[in-house]
Design a protein around this ligand. Structure first.
Ligand SMILES: Cc1ncc(COP(=O)(O)O)c(C=O)c1O
Length: 468
């Protein structure tokens, strides 16, 4: 079967960029730029163990040795996370921060973008000029004119969802929130926080919304407007809800444009979709109200952040004058991180659309290869077309799960092939899984789990279904 000759099957990508920017390592108690030896340590096949709790406490400074002690603790922490960076394959974070060395001097300043991005602060320490540059880029991507959109750089996808759904509720105060059961937990949180009437929509086996169930619930609730959360890249299976099918369903059920509001949660795959075929385009030329992405996911940023874009004609529903900050506020949070717009601006400007397209293609191809390898090894698996998420059977050993920092739901786990997940990391992971799995199931007393219900019988290779 040749399952261990894996290297050749993944497209190689350079590790050197990230390694060249390894964080500070300590030598003899002082910080230095890490080089050379660290690379070897990061690429070794046997993963370093999961990091242990350092049980940090705050103690009053006592002597001048204290500074060295603090540096030492920081160094230990940095060393641990630097070693673990190539084993970060279970959560959607792009850890290629090629730009952080250039931008590091910025952390000396408190940059705060409190309030409306389009209204300058009364203090100089903000980055709203960068923020508006980033927002303009996304407005262009999602086809809405500069003078017709409003948006802001959020603290992440969750804040974007909280904002989009709140705006939907303000536009349609007695609207019912519809979301598939594979939606991110922040959507259910929004329903709870805003005390909204909620309809959960069933999903298909691939994680996509079940449009027939949506239609039957839309018809049942015909007297009330609909606020619909559309997920472009579901959290666990990476499925993309079909925006066009949802708009069509609304029309078929007799909902006119003023009776619905669509929020697109594109936190995970918003920057993959523009570069793939057969997925409905996200565009404000369609009757949508808002779109959000997470900035630290596919694009990559060392701090959590996101982008939220909506229609300018709607935002007055949330805007309030705030004399204290001499601004208008329509955001969720008060103080906002002024560093993240600069990181996003820098990432977009250095990668460009061509760079993002290359990242998307490579991630999708590597995800498909990983799925094929799982299949070849008789491991239950599923991968949505154009997706970067590969779902597979939950590893039996908790230590293995922790070692590879995997997220597990029921009997499933997943790998999310982000731009920072190298072919070497996938290779090491696969080898490790195959070797360990052979041990878990060697004497036949335990069997791999059945995933027919979660992934469909065709994707299940449990002892019952592999024989069908
Ligand atoms: C589909 C989806 N929406 C929203 C979020 C929340 O994003 P964040 O973690 O940036 O708040 C996630 C995070 O995984 C997600 O997968």
């Amino acid at each position: 079967m040749g399952i261990l000759a894996f290297e050749e099957d993944f497209k190689p990508i350079t590790l050197s960029q990230r390694d060249a920017f390894l964080p500070f390592f300590v030598q003899n108690g002082s910080f230095t730029n890490g080089e050379l030896g660290e690379n070897k340590r990061m690429i070794k096949t046997v993963p370093p163990p999961a990091r242990k709790n350092m049980h940090i406490t705050v103690v009053e400074p006592r002597s001048k040795d204290d500074e060295a002690r603090l540096k030492c603790m920081l160094a230990k922490y940095l060393d641990t996370i630097a070693q673990r960076v190539n084993y970060h394959i279970g959560y959607p974070v792009n850890i290629v921060y090629e730009h952080y060395a250039t931008l590091a001097p910025l952390i000396r300043y408190h940059l705060n973008n409190c309030g409306d991005p389009f209204i300058e602060n009364t203090v100089d320490f903000h980055s709203k000029d960068f923020e508006v540059g980033v927002l303009d880029w996304f407005a262009q991507l999602w086809e809405i004119e500069k003078d017709e959109y409003w948006g802001y750089v959020t603290n992440g996808g969750t804040e974007g969802n909280l904002h989009g759904i709140l705006l939907g509720r303000e536009v349609l105060p007695n609207g019912i929130l519809y979301a598939s059961r594979e939606s991110h937990y922040s959507v259910f949180k929004a329903a709870h926080m805003y005390r909204m009437e909620f309809e959960g929509i069933e999903t298909m086996i691939n994680g996509e919304m079940d449009y027939n169930d949506l239609k039957s619930k839309l018809l049942r609730n015909k007297g009330k407007p609909a606020i619909i959360n559309v997920t472009i890249g579901t959290t666990f299976k990476g499925a993309m809800d079909d925006l066009d099918a949802i708009i069509h369903a609304l029309g078929e059920c007799g909902y006119s444009h003023d009776q619905f509001y669509i929020h697109c949660d594109a936190a995970l795959s918003g920057l993959v979709v523009p570069f793939v075929k057969n997925v409905p385009k996200i565009t404000f030329k369609k009757p949508i109200g808002s779109v959000t992405i997470s900035g630290h996911k596919f694009l990559g940023c060392p701090m959590p952040c996101g982008v939220q874009i909506t229609r300018k004609c709607l935002i007055h529903n949330l805007s309030r004058n705030v004399e204290y900050i001499a601004s208008v506020d329509a955001t969720i949070s008060g103080s906002r991180n002024g560093l993240t717009p600069i990181f996003l601006w820098y990432s977009l400007s250095t990668k460009g659309r061509a760079g993002l397209q290359k990242d998307a293609q490579r991630c999708i191809e590597n995800a498909a290869r990983l799925r094929d390898r799982f299949r070849g090894a008789g491991i239950s698996t599923m991968h949505n077309e154009n997706g970067i998420t590969v779902v597979f059977e939950r590893p039996r050993d908790k230590e293995f799960v922790r070692r590879w920092q995997l997220s597990c739901v029921r009997d499933m786990a997943h790998v999310i092939v982000m731009p920072g997940v190298t072919s070497e990391a996938l290779d090491n992971f696969f080898k490790d899984l195959v070797q360990e799995r052979a041990m878990w199931y060697k004497d036949g007393r335990d069997q791999p789990p059945c995933l027919a219900d979660d992934l469909g019988p065709n994707n299940c290779y449990c002892p019952i279904h592999q024989q069908i």
